[in-house]
Design a protein around this ligand. Structure first.
Ligand code: NAP
Length: 194
């Protein structure tokens, strides 16, 4: 069974962006030390354009071979004219309004999102599935998430876009590892208690 991992940047108070979803205030914490960590541990989570700019094009995937994002997150790439933001992964975009995929590497999931994710999880393979976000899709897939990798940056937003757009329900996770960085960032990995 392949794991679905929600790998996400968030503020100390659990927001993945400002009320409109913009998380660009967190980018300042991607310094030399943090970037070295990303290159070593999660190179495939850096979008294709960023990989190119950072000279990471040749780095092999370490954990994931597939990415799932909602149309809201995918829109950010589309607005930049990028139709395949994670060209080094199999890309799935959840959307009921994108009737046709804008890119041959991107498959649209229009209905039965949970069923499709279960199908992907049931595939054979050593690599997992990167749930990129955003909030709505993560909320819909909360019960399917096997692992959380949370990049917490030392910022308080006060309000903003939550990690999950979901109703109240407790889900328990076990802390597997935590790594701190000189700039106050923290990357914590949790597995779901089943
Ligand atoms: N901090 C971080 O690391 C991080 C990471 C990723 C994203 N983000 C932020 O998250 C924001 C976007 O989040 P969001 O919550 O607004 O949107 P989202 O979750 O990315 O996408 C929501 C859209 O996904 C589609 N969708 C949701 N559930 C579906 C289902 N069951 N079946 C089919 N389609 C479904 C719908 O698209 P249609 O309307 O087309 O039907 C829905 O409008 C962006 O602003 C981005 O900056 C932050």
């Amino acid at each position: 069974m392949r794991k679905l991992t929600y790998y996400i940047a968030c503020s100390l108070d659990g927001f993945i962006g400002d009320p409109g979803g913009d998380g660009s205030a967190m980018i300042r914490f991607v310094d030399e030390e943090f970037l070295a960590f990303l290159k070593a541990e999660f190179p495939e989570t850096v979008p294709t354009q960023g990989r190119r700019a950072l000279g990471m094009d040749d780095l092999p995937n370490r954990r994931f071979d597939t990415v799932i994002q909602g149309r809201g997150s995918y829109d950010l790439a589309l607005k930049e004219g990028i139709t395949s933001p994670y060209a080094h992964l199999r890309e799935y975009v959840a959307s009921t309004t994108l009737t046709e995929s804008p890119d041959p590497n991107v498959e649209i999931i229009a209905d039965d999102l949970v069923g499709k994710v279960r199908e992907l999880k049931a595939e054979e393979g050593e690599f997992g599935i990167y749930l990129c976000g955003g909030s709505k899709v993560a909320g819909e897939l909360l019960d399917e998430i096997d692992e959380l990798v949370i990049k917490t940056y030392p910022l308080v937003y006060g309000s903003g876009m939550p990690m999950f757009a979901a109703g109240f329900a407790l889900s328990e996770f076990t802390l597997e590892s935590a790594r701190t960085f000189g700039n106050g960032a923290l990357v914590s990995t949790y597995s779901r208690k089943r």
